[in-house]
Structure formats: C-alpha cells, structure tokens
Design a protein around this ligand. Structure first.
Ligand SMILES: [Zn+2]
Length: 253
C-alpha cells in the first residue's frame, strides 16, 4: 500500500512495505509543492524538458529534503530506455543507464519518470538498493531481471529477501498501444476495449519479478495512473513534450 504524506504544499507518496524496513528512506514525488509554472507546474524535477534549470534545482532541493538529503547526495542516470544498470559508489550523473544500484550509505539513487514505471528494490539483509526506470523498451530488454540478477550475484541477496515498490505510472486504463507493439508482450498483459488495445506494463513487470523469485507479498504496487490524475502527476502521454518529470528517490542510512 502507498501512503500520501503532505508537508505544507508538498505531497509525496511512500510505500508502506518499504517503510516497514530499517536503514532506508524513500519517496515518490508528485507535481505539487514546487516553484515551476506553466506545463511544469509545479514540482518539475527533470532537466532538459523545457523548464528553467534554476527552478529544477530549487525543486530537487525541496523534494530531497523529504528524505533528509540534498543536491550533492544525488545520483542520477542519463536515461535512454536501455537495460543497463550502473553500480554507484558516489553521487553524480551517470551516462546511458536506466538503473542504479548501491550498498553505500547517503547516496540518493533517483529515477525520473512521466509515465514509465519507477521500480524500487531493497534488500534489507545486505543493505542494497536499486532504482529502475522501467519503460516498455527497458522491460522488453529485461531490465527487471538484470536488476535482480545484479542484486543476487554481486550483492549477495537471495531473491526472497528483496522488497519491491512500483510507483505511479501509466496504467492499462490509458496506455493504448498499436497491434505491432501489443504483439511484443504476453497476451495476458494486453486488454482489448472497443477495438482498441491497452498494455498493462505493471503486470509484465510483476510476472518478471515473480519469475526471478521475488515473493508476491514483497511487491507493493501504488496502483496509481499518471495519465488519469493531472492534478497529481506529470504524464508524457497526456501532456506531450512539454511535460515535467517526477522522481523516485531512495537512500540508505
Ligand atoms: Zn489512467
């Protein structure tokens, strides 16, 4: 279950499953509580989407305060819809990667999204976090399995020790796809309504997690659609290129 937390004008979501663990802090942003205006109203956390950089940095500081962190703690990837996961040992900007993983304290791993699925993985036994930007291309290229593999092979996790949280993203209510794209996914993840096809990408992700040995009660889904809720979330599908970005952030302490 995901819980909303309201501080002044700021709303964030947190996974109660992840909150039940020690030594980790995390948050999923919404569009409330920031300083940006127009299509980026108001907590746009993405650079290079048309908003002014100064506002984005202000917004990132506002958001990171909710997990007692600041800009200099932040580790981000240049996201390219790949299946790459980057091991992180210091904050900074990492080239061409859609996943970040660390067992180091006080480094904030962050993923930016505006419809794609943010997936947080945590192994409370070996104190490892992974943040994954799971759009359809990355999911097709097995970024979920790659992340679980890295946690198990290089960070000593057993799959049944790993907790996962699936944040707000575009859901099958809104995620219409063409036939050629639908054909690339398992039939049980495609919904047909009025001669239109819709993709349930979270179902694909859940199936992949289960196939890698993640326990069903270790998967917490926000069940929130970014495209349905324009008051809460940015959505690329709904708003087009002039759309802000939310952030999922997690830190070990
Ligand atoms: Zn929707």
């Amino acid at each position: 279950m995901f819980n909303a937390l309201n501080v002044d004008n700021l709303t964030i979501f947190r996974s109660s499953l992840i909150d039940s663990c020690d030594h980790i802090d995390h948050a999923f942003s919404t569009r409330s509580g920031g300083v940006s205006s127009g299509p980026y109203y108001s907590l746009n956390l993405g650079l290079n989407v048309g908003d002014c950089d100064e506002n984005v940095f202000k917004n990132r500081n506002i958001f990171l305060k909710t997990i007692n962190a600041s800009l200099q703690d932040l580790a981000c990837g240049v996201q390219v819809h790949s299946s790459m996961i980057q091991k992180v040992e210091k904050p900074g900007l990492f080239k061409s990667t859609d996943g970040l993983i660390t067992n180091q304290k006080n480094i904030v791993l962050a993923i930016k999204t505006a419809d794609c699925v943010p997936v947080l993985m945590y192994n409370p036994v070996h104190h490892t976090i992974a943040t994954v930007h799971a759009g359809w291309r990355s999911v097709k290229q097995d970024i979920i399995s790659n992340s679980v593999n890295l946690m198990t092979t290089e960070f000593g996790a057993k799959p049944e020790e790993i907790y996962c949280a699936i944040g707000p993203s575009i859901r099958s209510c809104c995620y219409e796809v063409q036939r050629d794209m639908a054909n690339q996914f398992p039939a049980d993840s495609i919904i047909s309504r009025n001669d239109r096809l819709f993709l349930n990408l979270v179902r694909v992700i859940r199936t992949q997690l289960r196939a890698r040995g993640i326990l069903p009660n270790h998967i917490d889904d926000s069940e929130m659609c970014t495209c349905c809720h324009d008051e809460l979330f940015f959505s690329y599908r709904r708003d087009g290129t002039q759309s802000g970005r939310m952030m999922m952030a997690a830190v070990l302490h």
